[in-house]
Design a protein around this ligand. Structure first.
Ligand code: HEM
Length: 172
């Protein structure tokens, strides 16, 4: 197997990768699962600080020029007025009646507007490639049924990351 892998040229690798990206449109449940992970475990809880260039009205109230604005992305992603039971992991919320992908208006793990994440497309493609390659190669289970390390908690800084946890990965 390793010998076959070594024979794959860089050019062939690129072709394989293009083929895999083509599959993205025909894997709605996988895409919905990735979106739900990005929603429920958003990497950035808060967007980069931005300052107002001029006095701005929000809900009829004036917000003065130079005010620093911090958009709390998690509060949007967990907004109960936008989606039911936001604390539950439910990929189906990103699927339509026929199982097709739907993009809700309010979905902002990469923030929104003119200063939205410039790496969004790259990150989305890389996450898709990693996740699908991973699922094709490993069966992934808890180390034991009662293991609570998966729900330990998180460390929040500039970005969020989970506390260390254990998983059992068996090559397929
Ligand atoms: C899952 C991965 C990623 C997430 C969740 C993410 C999220 C974000 C968020 C929330 C912002 C703040 C936008 C705002 O202030 O309104 C941002 C900005 C930015 N991101 Fe990402 N990002 C990711 C990956 C990447 C990658 C791979 C790159 C580069 C290759 C990148 C480059 C940038 C840059 C340059 C900005 C600043 C944009 C600006 O101020 O105009 N990001 N990102």
């Amino acid at each position: 197997m390793n010998q076959i892998r070594e024979k794959v040229t860089w050019r062939n690798r690129r072709i394989c990768r293009d083929e895999v990206m083509k599959d993205k449109v025909s894997l709605p449940y996988v895409n919905a699962t990735i979106r739900e992970v990005q929603r429920i475990a958003a990497v950035a809880a808060v967007a980069t600080p931005h300052a107002l260039l001029e006095d701005t009205y929000i809900d009829c109230k004036v917000v003065p020029k130079h005010t620093v604005i911090l958009c709390h992305l998690m509060s949007v992603l967990y907004d109960p007025t936008e989606r039911q039971e936001p604390e539950k992991f439910r990929p189906e919320r990103f699927l339509g009646e026929k199982g097709e992908m739907i993009k809700p208006e309010v979905f902002c793990p990469f923030s929104m507007g003119p200063r939205t994440c410039i790496g969004q497309q790259l990150a989305s493609n890389e996450v898709f490639l990693f996740f699908t390659s991973f699922l094709q190669r490993f069966n992934c289970t808890k180390v034991n049924k009662d293991d609570s390390s998966l729900t330990n908690g998180e460390r929040t800084g500039e970005t969020r990351q989970p506390d260390p946890f254990q998983m059992c990965l068996k090559p397929i």
